[in-house]
Design a protein. Sequence first.
Length: 101
Amino acid sequence: MIPMPAVDLPGQLEAEQEAARAEFDAAIAEALGADRSIELEERLVEGDAGDALVSESAGADLVVVGSHGRTGIKAALLGSVSRHVVDRAACPVVVVKASGN
């Protein structure tokens, strides 16, 4: 992620929200395919990923997060959203490792 100034150039925020929504919808479709037999509440929120997931976990039955599989110095320098959520969530957390990692 590239740090950006906290200003909204005309249409930039809306474009970023639309791009985030499209990426979010694609990830849900990839994870579930056509199977919508499970109950799922989708939320797209702004903010630090780890803090947002921990905050949302207060009203959740389960949080599922992905793992990029970073280890060693990369994990130490970049941090780990999944580790942050596992350590602080108010409900059970499942960490799913992506195929190929």
